[in-house]
Design a protein around this ligand. Structure first.
Ligand code: NAP
Length: 712
């Protein structure tokens, strides 16, 4: 008997066997539920099979699993352990997860072959998933503060005297991030959701799809065995969870990837409808790829288009949510595209068991999936699609031992291109054959091509192959509202392009309408999906306390030491240096002009300057004022301040004329220690004022400051 695939819940590996059963307790007047052991073979389970050979790999079942307990464990233990960490500490852990998985990725590759994935397919899933962890680790440390609250957008002044302000803050949702994943990318699919949830401080419960759940289990096992996971931050449930939504509540979030029909069913649940459970979905998508009218046979764009179309049909045997389902080409080029696709598939594609030498395309994930794809192909044929490349008949394939022949127990489907004479039939824009299947449609005007793209009802991605900017702009502006991502493919980026079908951690992955309306990836945006944005109104003092960012009007501290003499450990938000005043003379302006070469008329020519609508006459250079401000606030001796690495948000507000004087106030605004360095970042609020207290310039000064006092 094949063993059950374990789940990892409440800090332990669990397999069916111990199940709760109502039994008669002898001393009790009524039956009560107690635990009793049942034989494993009495547990109903689902067999999971090798995609190429049909051999049983494992069995899955959730019979007896305490799902409600697992969710509560995440909400309590998981939350508490993640709340101890700042964004940066969590980001560093993501990097360590990535390293732990990299060290043992051979184990994952071996298992991945059983799912039907070739080496290249596995690379996308496994190394792609690890790459997402690295990417979020870097982004988290660069783009989030080293704290637990994220501030969004600028200050909104709400009163004239500055005593009442508004600010938006993001705080971690209090519940559990449940991932329900599709079968096609068991590693990447889990990690692309884990990374942003973890960074946000939300514990995750992974529910992989049954046919490839064993690969997700192996990935989770590596993370558990690494000892790096904060307690309760990651759990795994293998097997079906039909009553999952009954246990969800406000503060929980479900990230669903799968078919639109399952998503639709789950969306109806009261937990989502009225219970406040966030439900983001990435569903099937009838993606398109448009060939421009300029991209005729022989052009680099034509070649790139064909290469990409074949890659999307054959990579992962077409089981990619982002694969090209509709190839939309000019009527005049359609035959050439068909011939080129046929030739390239014949030249490049070897269908077979991924463990066999030379195989470039594996089977689908299961025979059930194969049968489902062939059913959808039949629907396309019934709607008028003619198979012009390949055949839906059972293909001859290369077996692991190198022999060639049919594989009735394997889930093989050959690459298929269908051609529709009528591009407007409903089925081609609606039926998803989730395998190596694309349909060719023709258009005569750019507007018609764009309309065909939109008929998909909202897609994850559309690519446009053209070298004509006017065509690219017209198509892109028309189709962007129907797509989560667009790739503009031409001779300049064909080689460096990451491809139509590759979602990237820094870019939105998701799409409107049928594609689900979600955004699983997309950089820090995806982290914020796991947090609540709240508008907070209050005094500068209160907003400073809540956000960890000094707000103008909050307490400042001039202290007895210049803030540049304080290490990161000593410096506090609000520490301030207010400088003396310095008068600006015409001589200073001329010296600066000749020294830098900036002899712009506003600084040098009284009449021309006065004729300008913004200046009363000759004025000081803004850069002169900023340079002087540095001279006014600096404490020059060696000390904890290591470097100035930039300015942000610089605005010149009031012009400064000869005879005016300026002074500067520099206030520690935000302190961000770096977890892995002996220094951190300090953002200073700088305000230059004139003799009449008018604001001349505002900006942020960015410095690197040592954590410990540096010996003088
Ligand atoms: P599916 O049948 O919709 O299943 C998706 C997931 O939902 C599986 O984990 C499944 O678990 C689970 N599920 C089914 N019923 C459930 C319920 N009542 N409660 C909780 N979970 C439930 O889709 P699939 O066949 O695995 O995946 C193929 C589809 O996914 C394709 O249509 C493809 O386009 C889409 N997809 C979209 C994206 C994207 O990012 N947009 C990415 C990949 C795939 P079991 O397996 O245990 O039933």
């Amino acid at each position: 008997m094949t063993d059950f695939l374990p789940s990892y819940v409440q800090g332990e590996w669990w397999t069916p066997g111990w199940v709760a059963e109502p039994v008669e307790a002898p001393e009790s007047p009524s039956p009560s539920p107690v635990l009793s052991e049942r034989k494993r073979d009495e547990v109903k389970g689902t067999d999971v099979r090798d995609a190429s050979t049909g051999e049983v790999v494992t069995r899955v079942s959730t019979e007896g699993l305490d799902l409600a307990g697992a969710l509560e464990y995440a909400r309590t233990t998981g939350h508490a352990s993640l709340a101890e960490l700042t964004f940066h500490q969590r980001a560093l852990l993501l990097k360590q997860f990535a390293l732990a998985l990299t060290e043992r990725k051979d184990e994952l590759y071996a298992l991945s072959a059983r799912t039907g994935a070739t080496k290249t397919d596995s690379w996308v899933d496994i190394d792609g998933g690890i790459g997402v962890l690295f990417s979020y680790s870097g982004k988290g440390r660069r783009e989030l503060p080293n704290g637990r609250v994220h501030v969004d957008g600028p200050v909104e002044p709400l009163s004239k005297d500055g005593s009442f302000l508004g600010r938006h803050v993001y705080t971690t949702l209090p519940g559990v991030a449940v991932q329900i994943n599709a079968f096609n990318f068991p590693v990447w699919g889990s990690l692309e959701k884990l990374a942003p949830a973890f960074l946000a401080g939300m514990p995750t419960l992974v529910k992989p799809a049954t046919p490839t759940g064993y690969l997700a289990e192996a990935m989770v096992r590596i993370l558990v065995e690494s000892g790096l996971l904060p307690e309760g931050s990651l759990q795994l449930v293998t097997g079906s969870v039909p009553d999952l939504f009954d246990h969800l509540r406000l503060g929980d979030l479900v990230g669903f990837t799968g078919s639109a029909s399952t998503a639709e069913k789950l969306r109806q649940h009261p937990a989502v409808q009225t219970g406040g459970v966030r439900f983001t979905t990435e569903t099937d998508s009838i993606n398109a790829s448009v060939l421009g009218t300029d991209a005729v046979e022989g052009t680099p764009e034509f070649n790139a288009y064909v290469r990409q179309l074949v890659a999307e049909m054959t990579t992962k045997a077409g089981q990619k949510c982002t694969a090209i389902r509709r190839a939309i080409v000019p009527r005049a080029t359609a035959d050439a595209v068909t011939d080129a696709v046929r030739a390239r598939i014949a030249e490049k594609t070897v269908l077979g068991d991924p463990r066999a030498e030379g195989v470039t395309m594996g089977p689908l994930a299961s025979t059930a999936q194969r049968d489902e794809v062939l059913r959808q192909v039949q629907k396309l044929q019934d709607a008028g699609g003619r198979v012009v490349v390949g055949s839906p008949d059972a293909p001859s394939v290369r077996h692991a031992d190198g022999s060639t022949g049919p594989a009735p127990d394997g889930a093989f489907v050959a690459p298929l291109l269908l051609r529709f004479d009528d591009a407007n039939v409903e089925a081609v824009h609606d039926v998803e054959a989730f395998g190596p299947v694309s349909s060719l449609l023709t258009y005569s005007t750019t507007a018609e091509a764009a309309e065909l793209v939109a008929r998909g009802g909202g897609s994850l991605v559309t690519s446009i192959a053209t070298h004509d900017p006017a065509q690219a702009v017209e198509l892109a502006t028309r189709i962007a509202p129907f797509n989560g991502r667009m790739l503009l493919l031409d001779r300049d980026d064909a080689r460096s392009s990451t491809g139509h079908g590759s979602p990237l951690p820094g870019l939105v992955h998701g799409g409107p309408g049928r594609a689900g309306g979600g955004e699983e990836l997309g950089g820090i945006r995806a982290v914020l999906h796991h947090m609540q944005r709240t508008a907070v109104q209050g005094s500068p003092e209160m907003l400073t306390a809540l956000t960890g960012v000094w707000h103008a009007g909050a307490t400042t501290n001039a202290g007895d030491r210049h803030p540049f003499r304080k290490s990161l450990a000593e410096l506090r938000i609000g520490d301030q240096i207010a400088s003396d005043a310095r008068e600006v003379t015409l001589d200073d302006i001329e010296t600066f002009a000749h020294f830098t070469g900036d002899t712009f008329y506003a600084h040098m020519d009284e009449d021309s300057a006065a004729a300008n609508p913004f200046f009363p006459g000759r004025v000081a250079h803004g850069y002169l004022l900023v340079s002087w401000a540095a001279g006014l606030f600096v404490d020059p001796e060696p000390g904890p301040v290591l470097a100035n690495y930039g300015l942000e948000n610089l605005r010149f507000i009031t012009p400064v004329s000869p005879g005016d004087s300026i002074r500067v106030e520099l206030t520690a605004k935000q302190i961000t220690p770096r977890e892995t360095d002996e220094y951190g970042e300090v953002r200073w609020d700088a305000v230059i004022r004139n003799q009449d207290e008018e604001i001349v310039a505002t900006y942020d000064v960015l410095t690197l400051v040592s954590k410990e006092a540096v010996a003088a």
